[in-house]
Design a protein around this ligand. Structure first.
Ligand code: ADP
Ligand code: ZN
Length: 614
């Protein structure tokens, strides 16, 4: 072949880049996207581990559009499918979903379109896909790609294990000629290996991006007294922003949402115990709002990719570092700065370990799960960069401190507390494991109410005058984390006793120092340190136009019953407000403006801009 001929035919990657520009309005591929797409375009299976917001969906959407045949996307949650399909349709892509929520008429119509070869992408659930009649129908079609989204769900070593995912291994035999692409945002080395084995991707290329999420500003703080009061403080300090608050129980989501509403925050509760219609309505309300706070159990999340979530607050800690990264990963998907704030306590850790121990599963799996719990708390309660700890956990090497988490920015300091620790341990020893934390602290301070003679007679009575009650509570918490104290659940009224005897002895002998976290008071107001890049870039003169564009988008979204961001992201609106395009061609050059959006909204946007003097 002459070089002239080679040039005349665009390479698959050039074609892919063309779709990226024309349909999705993005200037170029990001990170590993081009590598992954290149592999699939060559007809080979692959596994891609890209961080949340890394643009995983384009890795299968673009090949599905370019390669002949129908692209299948297996996805674990209906909310995820709904959102992606809505966004694809906005961009002019022929996509549909078949899930248990789709009525018979629509189902029939979708199949008609599939059989006529009109669809590029079909979203299905794993159990829906593996039904014999579905497989049978699909086997008579030509398929372009089978994408397995959230592929970590296949592994019991990870989190979020879903037994239905195990069936997907059979796809290798059923569709040997179709490239399969497994994508996930979270998988440590072991989980990755498991995914490849389960999905029969042993011989396929693996693309693992960095887990860095530089737009996320992380912090963690121990729960102190009224944790819900602290959550309200944190949320009200971030007015007019969208956020997610994760809580450990259904009741707590309801109670927190109510307290937040009482404090003037538009907050809604979301959990699996709510009526399905209520859930759908609330989800829609939050997605369509410019600023709203969802207070949810982890039933809310996977697949909710509202790009402008500015904070995720864990009112109760996540289950593992994977879960942490995935849950806070829902913030800042638009690449703008966002915060992940975690509240945690030693009793949360004890509860998680107990639950793991009680679960019915292999001893080996239990041990892995227990280690995951400990690793999570080591990160949360640790004194090293949080982002770096997470990235190391995922197997990244040569990781530098992030420079912006609470630890890096000096928000976390430690002080030596060996002597007070010795006092607290002696007191716990003398009180003989018969009392809770509050009583232990009162004893140290000599403030026990209605105290009896035997207690005032103990050598530890009132020996802790040097610290205020709050710091004693912190220290007791610290000792629980370190296993120097142990809490007996005692049916919800926990009793504090001594922990690991060797470690306790080492503290008494002064061989083991105890350092205590010192909270950084100035940060506690919870102000966000960085303004959004989009907001920062926007000059005051452009702001009114930006707001007018947002208002236009809100009414358009409402009329179409879709979330505003599927029309245009904030960042695109900010660019429009800054550039003030005077023609369709100028508008088309902006990031996020593809052909379909130009055709649908070009005139309206230009009109809004013109209203501001062009
Ligand atoms: P995830 O990996 O979390 O599934 P998505 O595929 O939803 O991420 O993409 C996250 C966001 O990044 C989306 O808003 C998408 O439009 C945007 N995006 C993806 N690829 C690019 C790119 N090459 N250039 C600019 N924006 C992109
Ligand atoms: Zn850091």
């Amino acid at each position: 072949m002459t070089s002239a001929l080679a040039e005349a035919r665009p390479s698959p990657l050039d074609a892919a880049r063309d779709v990226l520009r024309r349909t999705f309005g993005h200037a170029d591929f990001r990170g590993l996207q081009a590598d992954v797409i290149g592999e699939v375009m060559a007809g080979r299976s692959a596994m891609a581990v890209l961080p949340t917001g890394g643009g995983k969906s384009l890795c299968y959407q673009i090949p599905a559009m370019l390669r002949p045949g129908l692209g299948l996307v297996v996805s674990p949650l209906i909310a995820l499918m709904t959102d992606q399909v809505a966004a694809l349709i906005q961009s002019g892509v022929a996509a549909a979903r078949l899930d248990s929520n789709i009525g018979l008429d629509e189902r029939t119509e979708t199949w008609r379109r599939i059989e006529r070869g009109e669809l590029d992408l079909l979203y299905v659930s794993p159990e829906g896909l593996m039904q014999p009649h579905m497989l049978d129908r699909l086997s008579r079609l030509s398929l372009s790609i089978i994408a397995i989204d959230e592929a970590h769900c296949v592994s019991q070593w990870g989190h979020d294990f879903r037994p239905e995912y195990r069936m997907l291994g059979r796809l290798a035999d059923l569709f040997p000629a179709v490239p399969r692409l497994a994508v996930t945002a979270t998988a440590d080395a072991r989980t990755r290996e498991d995914i490849r084995a389960e999905l029969r991707l042993e011989d396929s290329a693996e693309f693992v991006a960095s887990f860095a999420r530089p737009e996320l500003i992380l912090s963690a703080e121990r729960k102190r007294g009224g944790a819900s009061k602290r959550v309200i403080e944190l949320v009200t300090a971030r007015p007019g922003r969208s956020g997610v608050v994760y809580a450990g129980s259904r009741d707590k989501t309801e109670a927190l949402a109510e307290s937040l509403r009482a404090a003037g925050v538009p907050a809604l509760a979301y959990h699996a115990g709510l009526d399905k219609q209520v859930r759908t309505d609330r989800l829609e309300e939050v997605l369509e709002a410019d600023a709203a706070v969802m207070v949810a159990t982890i039933a809310f999340g996977m697949g909710v990719d509202k790009p402008d979530v500015r904070f995720v607050i864990h009112a109760d800690p996540p289950a593992s570092i994977e879960a942490y990264w995935q849950e806070i990963g829902r913030a800042g998907r638009d690449g703008e700065p966002a915060e992940g704030i975690t509240l945690y306590g030693a009793s949360d850790m004890a509860w998680a370990l107990r639950r793991t121990a009680e679960r019915e599963m292999d001893e080996a799996v239990k041990q892995v799960q227990a280690r995951k719990v400990r690793q999570l708390y080591a990160m949360l309660d640790g004194t090293g960069c949080r982002a770096a700890a997470v990235r190391r956990y995922f197997g990244e090497e040569g990781v530098e401190p992030c420079g912006q988490c609470d630890v890096c920015s000096g928000g976390v300091e430690t002080v030596d507390a060996t002597v007070p620790a010795q006092k607290a341990l002696s007191a716990a020893h003398r009180l003989n494991g018969r009392f809770g934390r509050g009583r232990l602290v009162d004893h140290l301070l000599g403030k026990t109410k209605d105290v009896s003679d035997w207690e005032t007679g103990l050598s530890t009575w009132g020996i802790g005058q040097e610290l205020p009650a709050g710091q004693w509570r912190d220290l007791v918490e610290q000792l629980l984390f370190e296993g120097l104290l142990r809490e007996d659940p005692n049916d919800g009224r926990p009793l504090v006793g001594l922990g690991d005897p060797d470690a306790v002895r080492a503290v008494f002998r002064g061989e083991r120092p105890v350092a205590m976290l010192k909270p950084h008071e100035t940060e506690r107001g919870g102000k966000s340190r960085r303004k959004s890049r989009e907001t920062e870039a926007l000059s005051p003169a452009d702001r009114p136009l930006f707001e007018a564009l947002r208002a236009w988008r809100a009414s358009e979204a409402k009329a179409q019953h879709v979330p505003p961001y599927v029309i245009f992201h904030d960042r695109t609106l900010a660019e429009i407000a800054t550039v003030r395009p005077g023609s369709r061609a100028a508008l088309a050059r902006l990031n996020g403006v593809g052909e379909a959006k130009l055709a649908h909204y070009g005139a309206a946007v230009l009109e809004v801009v013109e209203g501001f003097g062009g």
